[in-house]
Ligand binder design. Structure first.
Ligand code: ADP
Ligand code: MG
Length: 240
């Protein structure tokens, strides 16, 4: 579904991504772990061109999205993204937040958009919050709404950048549970997280990034159980 070849990204003279090669298959759950500053967010943001790569190539569903003539807006509709900060529209209700992009971008009919939004609210367990405003929600609820909002565009892949890092500990579980259900239902996902238990349980593949490269990758059993590289072992010894 996604092919990344020799992806590079520099900010000024500083090279942050130093040649990343990766194929992500349909239905696969790829979890990216690694120390702060290793380039995880930059990598995720390059996948949907929130950051413009300075080298290499990215293809999505067989089309080069880094080619000059590619219309990235069409591709972005198929890539949902969830950030650490929830970025909900504060002056819109939960339902309006979820319906906005389907109405504006997909030109859906209001009735159709609302029906799907309600379905998504059921999926994330927040039907009763349909008329609430973001300020009335807990952090965990806001993040579940942010996930529902991304799903409203019926993306083919979901990108998560530390979706639980800004949450109080007691709210982490409810968000991870929603993500786990998505994974079980076959969603293709790329997830940056420090939740190692979740990574182990839900990830099909773990990527360990450090210094702008993928140092090591494998199944959770391989990476967590028998890490090959000293840098991976060192990182895991600090977080496990
Ligand atoms: P991670 O998500 O693994 O913590 P990031 O991808 O956020 O790492 O950042 C990797 C490096 O790139 C950091 O040193 C960061 O300061 C730098 N960086 C990220 N975004 C920018 C930017 N827009 N301009 C300059 N440097 C940046
Ligand atoms: Mg980051």
């Amino acid at each position: 579904m996604i092919e990344v070849k020799n992806l590079r990204k520099s900010f000024g003279k500083l090279e942050i991504l130093k040649g990343i090669d990766l194929n992500i298959h349909k239905g696969e759950v790829v979890v990216v772990i690694g120390p702060s500053g290793s380039g995880k967010s930059t990598f995720l943001r390059c996948l949907n061109l929130l950051e413009q790569p300075t080298g290499g190539e990215i293809s999505f569903e067989g089309q080069s999205i880094t080619a000059k003539r590619h219309d990235i807006n069409v591709t972005r509709e198929k890539m949902g993204m969830v950030f650490q900060q929830f970025n909900l529209f504060p002056h819109k209700s939960v339902l309006q937040n979820i319906m906005l992009a389907p109405l504006k971008v997909k030109k859906q009919q209001a009735a159709e958009a609302e029906k799907f939004a309600m379905e998504l609210l059921r999926t994330v367990g927040l039907e009763d919050k349909r008329n609430a405003y973001p300020a009335q929600l807990s952090g965990g609820q806001k993040q579940r709404i942010a996930i529902a909002r991304a799903l409203a565009m019926q993306p083919h892949v979901m990108l998560f950048d530390e979706p639980t890092s800004a949450l109080d500990p007691e709210m982490v579980g409810e968000v991870l549970e929603v993500m786990k259900q998505l994974a079980v239902n076959g969603m293709t996902m790329v997830i940056v997280t420090h939740e190692m238990g979740f990574a182990r349980e839900v990830g099909d593949r773990i990527l360990f990034m450090d210094g702008g490269v993928i140092v090591e990758q494998g199944t959770p059993a391989e990476v967590f159980g028998k890490p090959k590289h000293a840098r991976t072992r060192d990182f895991l010894s600090k977080v496990l």
